[in-house]
Design a protein around this ligand. Structure first.
Ligand code: APR
Ligand code: PHB
Length: 397
């Protein structure tokens, strides 16, 4: 067994773990990251790509925002297609001047990985049997195996950035944890292609055949989604079948403009709302998907992860610089306020846009009437815009 010592042991090198590691490095705080899979595997996972201003600001604070600003596309609006008609939500106007940025999670992750590598910071990839110990004391530690060798990291804090299936949440004492979960009766089939996006802005589609989303990664790369039954298998969906179904869910303008092409990636993701309370267990903290999952309809997953990391980073800095535990004590409460607001929005937006098997006809009528109200009311447009761009960090305080 080899033993090393660091200030913060981070479990998981997804966006949460990498962003925390980078921020800590900038603040002169030492951290080691352990990751179950390889770096290439992490980069191969296609996830969402809409950044709120808070996430953009954090990338800048971490000193890794350069490529994001060069290549990211600023969007000041989204389109909603229902009842065969498109309606634009002017995000900028109705949120008091805020925008979002289209920049893939893969790119953001790559920037963080490159930054970490360029200054020689330690990420241990392809570890197995990660375990967290003694986090109810001031001397927690993490153990793992790598190439058949046992390793131990002694630390002051453990950051559980290990996603929904990670070991940190699973190691919290069962009596101290509450979990809230809703699983939706459908999934999203996603397709990535090197084709120009069908529209400058994203289109969220409520159609009688089910939800669809026209998103993008750049001016030449598109990302599209279709609501599909959970029983569908991705292998059964040919590219042609995907494009055909998407056309059926779009309007005439969309059908005319849609450029199809071979898929670079296709996958089906289930939709889930999930929250863990609390987010702190002594000297161990959960951040990002380890603590909560949102259905992707509001594009909140990555942004929520980024704000958890911001709160955790501030708390850890306060601990070392000001010798105060106030930030740490308040971490869970602060995160959960923001998490529940984003969970609520993601759940509401999901209900509004998808076909549910029960109560079919009347639910579709309710959805249409609600969308019609929202699109023709200043209050309605404001509700969508201010939630979509992200509520201010001090909202409700
Ligand atoms: N030991 C080490 N690493 C682990 C372990 C373990 N036991 N279990 C999981 N991991 C790693 C995973 O391999 C993964 O790379 O933790 C990482 C968690 O990364 P993500 O799942 O991407 O979670 P997070 O960093 O919180 O990112 C949140 O990802 O899923 C999206 O919508 C979500 O965009 C949001 C973002
Ligand atoms: C995506 O581009 O993958 C994406 C965009 C917006 C969403 C969800 C996913 O709401």
């Amino acid at each position: 067994m080899t033993t090393t010592r660091t200030q913060v042991a981070i479990v998981g090198a997804g966006p949460s773990g990498l962003l925390l590691g980078q921020l800590l490095h900038k603040a002169g705080i030492d951290a080691v990251i352990v990751e179950r899979v390889s770096g290439e595997y992490v980069l191969g996972r296609i996830r969402a790509g809409i950044l709120e201003q808070v996430c953009i600001d954090l990338m800048d604070e971490a000193g890794v925002g350069q490529r994001m600003h060069q290549e990211g596309l600023v969007h000041g609006g989204i389109e909603m297609l229902y009842g065969g008609q498109r309606h634009r939500v002017d995000l900028n106007k109705y949120s008091g001047g805020k925008n979002v940025m289209v920049y893939g999670q893969t790119e953001l992750t790559r920037d963080l990985m490159d930054a970490r590598q360029s200054v020689g910071l330690k990420t241990v990839y392809e570890v197995s049997n990660t375990a967290v110990h003694d986090f109810d004391s001031a001397k927690p530690y993490v153990t793992y195996e790598k190439d058949g060798q046992q390793h131990r990291i002694d630390c002051d804090f453990i950051a559980g950035c290990d996603g929904f299936h990670g070991v940190c949440r699973a190691s919290a004492p069962r009596g101290a944890i509450r979990e809230y979960e809703k699983v939706y009766p459908f999934g999203w089939l996603g397709l990535l292609s090197d084709t120009p996006p069908v529209n400058d802005e994203l289109i969220y589609v409520n159609s009688p055949r089910g939800f669809a989303l026209c998103s993008q990664r750049s001016k030449t790369r598109s990302r599209y989604y279709l609501q599909v039954p959970l029983t569908d298998k991705v292998e059964e969906w040919t590219d042609d079948a995907f494009w055909q179904e998407l056309k059926l869910r779009l309007d005439e303008e969309g059908r005319d403009k849609l450029v199809t092409g071979p898929s670079l990636e296709k996958s089906i993701a289930p939709l889930r709302s999930f929250v863990t309370e609390p987010m702190r267990f002594g000297r161990m903290f959960l951040a990002g998907d380890a603590g909560h999952i949102v259905p992707p309809t509001g594009a909140k997953g990555l942004n929520l992860a980024a704000t958890d990391v911001k709160y955790l980073f501030d708390a850890i800095v306060e601990f070392y610089k000001d010798k105060s535990e106030a930030g740490i004590d308040d971490y869970s409460r602060k995160c959960l306020g923001r998490i529940w607001r984003a969970e609520r929005f993601s759940w509401w937006f999901t209900q509004l846009m998808h076909r549910f098997s029960h109560d079919e006809k009347i639910t579709a009528k309710f959805q249409n009437a609600e969308l019609d109200y929202l699109m023709h009311s200043e209050a309605g447009l404001t509700t969508i815009a201010e939630n979509y761009v992200g509520l201010p960090l001090d909202f409700g305080r």
